[in-house]
Design a protein around this ligand. Structure first.
Ligand code: GLU
Length: 490
């Protein structure tokens, strides 16, 4: 199937994956799914100095959390492995030998100090910064002597020194570069590991990648890759460079604009569905106006034609809004189960174990008001505390005194304990307590303000009677008694 779509996400395991990086993964995945192709994960771990421990797992866990599944790669295997570049060195060396034999690459013995000094001087003189091809012109005898002496060396690509290199980018259209502006870049480093350029070309070909969809920051590397394909006599994949992602201030996305790593968003209580929807709109659109779309819809409609060239703006407010929309759409049982770990994280000791049935009844009371899962614990913790903490003076509302407040609490306690167990629903509670309040000559604000404080220790809570119903007769009675005791003691 020569025309089959095969795309890859090729992360370098150098830290926690950030949003831009995951957006790239996601667009590749969407493109594969839409075109019934294969989505491949390949770990680009040839820069040994920059690898961080655990990074591969973070990346893969992040994809799994988002529901981005891959057909080949780590954890799943596949017919084009291994999927770690550090395990594919012989392939790069074989390609390197072919390039040397064809006169397309050469050994360079220049010490790093010389190359650095050269760059500095070029920058000072405002010249093109890059290697000056010094070793490209070494006599064969010099080369042999250097090798015999065991001089360290790198392998460089002999870049054409004139003409242009061009691509027809699936997103950016026709792009071309003057060859003289690209230097003889390194293919194999002195430690024997390939550079990114070498490895990416060899592997994209070996893995039969049909489309290379990657961030725009890689566009300047593309003429190098195109030349390598030519020199190796390989057919090229189609390139597509995804637009940059900028903050609302149009600066490159960074910490300043909020969390940048995917896992921070997870830990801050964002839903994967919301992030998928949000990230899809970082450079792509369904019709230029629809905001809320399920992953299925995005997958069905994703095309490169609708990926734009202009930079995408990362708008944290929009993400928060969108997350709220998804939270409200989530089934309450599902939502409760997602909130639970956040409760356990915030209140490890005092609230545990959390009663799931109880939580299921609480969650609908706050579902409309939370923007993230992490908002929930502070909003509902008092449901679980045996005795919410507050100052007894808070019970006394404006226009009341302590004695009147105590009497009101006692009356409410008596009223509510008279309710038949099966009748503790919010409607009948409301009717009953409104009548009592009127009888006591208290306004709703006064009477219900006192009750609200007694039950929660707060002034802002979900609707009082719904809350009472959820807490249940026993808890309510016990809290009213605690409140009465507070006043009696004062
Ligand atoms: N390893 C590169 C990265 O970390 C991949 C670039 C590419 O997709 O060619 O972004």
């Amino acid at each position: 199937m020569p025309n089959a779509v095969r795309v890859r996400y090729a992360p370098s395991p150098t830290g926690n994956p950030h949003i831009g990086n995951i957006r790239t993964a996601m667009f590749n995945w969407l493109f594969a799914r839409r075109n019934k192709g294969r989505f491949i994960v390949r770990v680009e771990d040839t820069d040994q100095g920059r690898i961080t421990e655990g990074a591969v797992d973070h990346i893969l866990d992040g994809l799994e959390w988002l529901g981005i599944d891959w057909d080949e790669g780590p954890r799943v295997g596949g017919g084009y492995g291994p999927y770690f570049q550090s395990q594919r060195l012989e392939r790069y060396h074989a390609a390197a030998e072919r390039l040397v034999a064809a006169g397309e690459a050469y050994r360079c013995y220049c010490p790093p100090e010389r190359v650095d000094a050269l760059r500095k001087e070029q920058a000072r003189n405002r010249q093109r910064v890059g290697y000056d091809s010094h070793c490209r012109y070494l006599a064969e005898s010099e080369r042999l002597a250097n090798d015999a002496a065991g001089m360290p060396s790198v392998l460089r690509f002999a870049m054409p020194q004139s003409g242009v290199t061009s691509v027809d980018d699936a997103i950016r259209g026709h792009v071309e570069w003057q060859n003289e502006l690209t230097d003889d870049f390194v293919l194999v480093k002195s430690d024997g590991f390939p550079t990114y350029h070498m490895a990416v070309v060899v592997d994209d070909h070996a893995m039969e990648i049909s489309h290379v969809l990657r961030a725009e920051e890689w566009l300047p590397s593309t003429p190098r890759h195109v030349q390598l394909y030519r020199a190796l006599g390989l057919t090229m994949p189609r390139f597509g460079h995804l637009p940059m992602i900028l903050g609302a201030d149009r600066a490159k996305l960074s910490k300043r604009h909020g969390a940048t790593s995917l896992m921070e968003y997870r830990d801050d209580g964002f839903l994967p569905e919301a992030l998928i929807n949000f990230m899809a709109l970082l450079g792509w659109s369904l019709d230029g106006e629809t905001d809320i779309m399920a992953a299925d819809t995005i997958r069905e409609h994703f095309t490169l034609e609708r990926v734009g060239k202009p930079a995408a703006i990362f708008d944290l407010d929009k993400l928060q809004w969108m997350n709220g929309v998804y939270i409200r759409q989530t089934d309450a049982v599902d939502l409760a189960d997602r909130i639970r770990p956040f409760l356990e994280r915030e209140y490890p000791a005092d609230l545990l174990p959390i009663d799931r049935e109880y939580l299921l009844r609480i969650v609908p009371l706050v579902q409309e008001r939370i923007k993230t899962l992490a908002d929930a614990p502070a909003m509902i913790s008092y449901f679980f505390e045996d005795a919410p903490e507050y100052d007894g003076a808070m019970l006394v509302q404006r226009g009341m005194d302590a004695a009147g407040t105590l009497a009101a609490l006692q009356r409410a306690e008596a009223d509510l304990s008279a309710v038949a167990a099966g009748d503790f629903g919010h409607e009948s509670l409301e009717a009953r307590l409104r009548a009592t309040g009127a009888e006591l000559g208290l306004s709703g604000r006064q009477f219900f303000g006192t009750l609200r404080t007694a039950l929660t220790g707060r002034t802002a809570t979900p609707p009082l009677f719904e809350m009472m119903e959820v807490m249940g007769q026993e808890r309510v009675a016990q809290r009213l008694a605690v409140a009465a005791a507070k006043l009696a003691d004062a």
